[in-house]
Design a binder for this molecule. Structure first.
Ligand SMILES: Nc1nc2c(ncn2[C@@H]2O[C@H](COP(=O)(O)OP(=O)(O)OP(=O)(O)O)[C@@H](O)[C@H]2O)c(=O)[nH]1
Ligand SMILES: [Zn+2]
Length: 196
């Protein structure tokens, strides 16, 4: 995880003090006196992977011949929209059909986290996860289903609470073969949730 150095943390803290001042708060109020430092630390975590272009923290293992699809479902993620720097969050369902290799299971949620911890839009979260899996595994197919709520649509602007945005990514067999796609949607629980 990226560590911000002292200078970066100080710059972030100063920016937060300015923000509190501009919105009309008293920056010396006891409740917010430590807030600039806390925000700097929080942003160091939330934006930990900004600018990183290759996910490297994974292990591969040989796949059995004729291995069937692997589905990892309901992976939670938290990200910040790049337009307003407000949170958006939800779940990711990921499936792939191994050819030569399988990836350590825990590395898939780690990949989702790596993609999310930077200023993002939901569409790019979806395609970045897919593109990295393609690069790492070159599998016979990839399917990704992302469902999220966006605070920039709920807390401001259109002020519409509860909307869910869905984005998909299908490659290889999941793109070409309707049965494989259906099997993914059944395995991931997506079809069971559609009327909720
Ligand atoms: N496609 C996409 N758009 C997003 C995402 N997150 C936020 N947005 C949108 O980004 C757009 C930015 O539009 P602008 O018109 O520049 O900004 P704005 O005036 O704050 O827009 P409103 O949110 O409509 O008030 C808005 O429509 C947001 O809903 C995302 O993950 N994907
Ligand atoms: Zn936004």
């Amino acid at each position: 995880m990226k560590e911000f150095n002292e200078e970066q943390l100080t710059t972030l803290a100063h920016g937060t003090t300015d923000l509190l001042q501009v919105i009309g708060d008293d920056v010396n109020r006891s409740g917010v006196i430590e807030t600039p430092g806390r925000v700097a630390q929080a942003y160091a975590e939330i934006f930990a992977h900004t600018g990183e272009t290759e996910f490297t923290n994974y292990k591969l293992f040989p796949a059995e011949k004729n291995a069937d699809m692997v589905v990892i479902r309901d992976i939670p993620f938290y990200s910040m929209c790049e337009h307003h720097l407000l949170p958006f969050f939800g779940t990711v369902d990921v499936a792939y059909i191994p050819t030569g290799e399988i990836i350590g299971l825990s590395k898939v949620p780690r990949l989702v986290d790596w993609v999310a911890r930077r200023p993002q839009v939901q569409e790019n979260i979806t395609t970045m996860i897919g593109d990295e899996l393609q690069r790492i595994l070159n599998p016979a197919g990839i399917a990704i289903y992302v469902k999220a709520r966006h605070m920039c649509m709920e807390m401001r602007g259109i002020n519409q609470p509860g909307d869910q945005t869905v984005t998909n990514y299908y490659l290889g067999k999941f793109k070409d073969d309707a049965n494989s796609r259906l099997e993914f949607l059944l395995n991931s629980g997506v079809l069971a949730q559609l009327d909720k």
